[in-house]
Every structure is written in C-alpha cells, then in structure tokens.
Write a protein that binds this ligand. Structure first.
Ligand code: ZN
Length: 244
C-alpha cells in the first residue's frame, strides 16, 4: 500500500486567543488531528496554518499533498483568493479534501460546492449530539456501530445550504430537536470531498475516538486514485465512419 501524504490545515486563531480552547488543544487542533493520524500505518502527516507564509500551502506543499484536511472559522475572509483557487484546482486534479465543522463557511467549500457559505442554523449551548450512521458498510463509517454520541457539542440544524451530497453517511440529531446532514461526500473533477460536521473548538471533539476514527477513515477514502489519463477535445473516430 503506498503512502498517503496528509496535510492538516488549521486557521489556528481560537487556540491563540482563548485560554479555554488552548487548554483543550495546547498545540492546536491541527496537531490533535495530526497526532492521531500519525499513528495510522501508511499515512505521512504535515500541518499548515493561516499565519504561515502562503497559509502554509505553497506550491510544493500542495503538490506533495494527497489529502488536505481543513478547519477554519474566524478568519475565512483572510484566506487569500489565489490560494483558494490553487487548492480548488488541486482538488479538481485529484487531491482529496476533508472539510471539518465550521469549514462549511470557507471560500474553498463555497467555491467547490457552489453554495452561499453553506448556511445553516446553529446554537452553541453544549448539547448532546447523536450521530447516526445511515450508510453502514461505507468505508468512512468503518468500525462504527449504529450511532455514536458526542456529549457536548454546538448544534447545527437544517436546512444546510449544500447541493444534494453524492452519499450521505451521517445524520446528527441534537438534544434541542434539530437534525443535520453531518457526513456528506462529493466528487469534484478527479477529487473526492468529505464534509464532516463535528468539531466546535470549545469542546474536546478531536480527542474523541469515534470522531478521530471517521477522519482517519475519510483520509483513506479520499486518497487519490489516478486512473487513466482524461482525454478531451476533437477526436478522430476509432472505427471508420461514413463521414470519413
Ligand atoms: Zn463551531
């Protein structure tokens, strides 16, 4: 099995600005996720953050990334348009992309899916979330049971302004009554995209085994599978035709 090169991108602002978030993620959300993924055989992990030059997403980093993970919230507007475009093109060329939680509001998500920043309902009260597996047997749900609970989470409620997903893997129910499409897959060009809802920064979501398991599964699922070269444009017929 060939190595999958993963880059975990994090805006990395909450952790610097809020002591509570810093106590949950002393080295940032990107390292919490990265440390887990580092323990999986066959994955090679790098990280990148908003405040690095080119947001840590240089041509070289992107060229050497098979799957990009994206967490952002406060500073979507600060992500440079030219870098969003480069990442989008890499996805169309086959790089996998996993967008987490508030990443629904990112320029990248908006441009790849054609949404108005994935509008939704929310309530930050630390409610119970029950994540239902609605596509058992899907590689992203591998190793999970019928459902799992996240004891305290931010609520996201429908309607979620997204195009109908290719596959719906998870539906969440929240204590307050709302439901949400929490695990959605798409294909864009040659790239595979997975949106996964959990991950509000004030709760230890990326320390929870089920959540990390889903992210690890999604990395394997989203890894590029190059296939045959795509040929387009005017073609000579393969067999003689009456027009020849
Ligand atoms: Zn949140």
């Amino acid at each position: 099995m060939s190595t999958i090169r993963v880059t975990v991108w994090n805006e990395y602002r909450h952790e610097k600005q809020n002591q509570h978030v810093a106590s949950i993620y002393p080295r940032g959300i990107h390292h919490a996720i990265g440390d887990y993924l580092s323990g999986i055989e066959g994955l090679e992990i790098g990280t990148a953050t908003l405040d690095e030059p080119e947001h840590g997403l240089t041509e070289e980093v992107l060229a050497n990334t098979d799957v990009l993970i994206w967490w952002g919230h406060l500073a979507h507007a600060e992500v440079r348009d030219d870098i969003v475009e480069k990442v989008r093109e890499r996805v169309l060329d086959g790089m996998g992309l996993i967008v987490l939680h508030s990443g629904h509001g990112s320029k990248l998500f908006e441009r790849l899916l054609g949404t108005r920043t994935g509008r939704l309902k929310w309530r930050d009260d630390g409610e119970l979330e029950r994540v239902w597996v609605v596509e058992p047997g899907h590689p992203i749900a591998d190793g999970l049971g019928d459902c799992f609970e996240i004891p305290k989470e931010e609520m996201y409620g429908e309607r979620f302004d997204i195009p109908a997903p290719d596959e719906l893997i998870f539906i969440s129910w929240f204590e307050g009554g709302e439901v949400f499409r929490s695990g959605c897959t798409y294909r864009r060009g040659k790239g595979k995209l997975f949106y996964f809802r959990p991950g509000h920064e004030t709760f230890p979501i990326y320390h929870q085994p089920e959540v990390l398991k889903v992210i690890g599964n999604a990395v394997r699922w989203a890894a590029p599978n190059p296939g045959a070269a795509v040929i387009s444009g005017r073609m000579e017929p393969i067999h003689p035709t009456s027009k020849a």
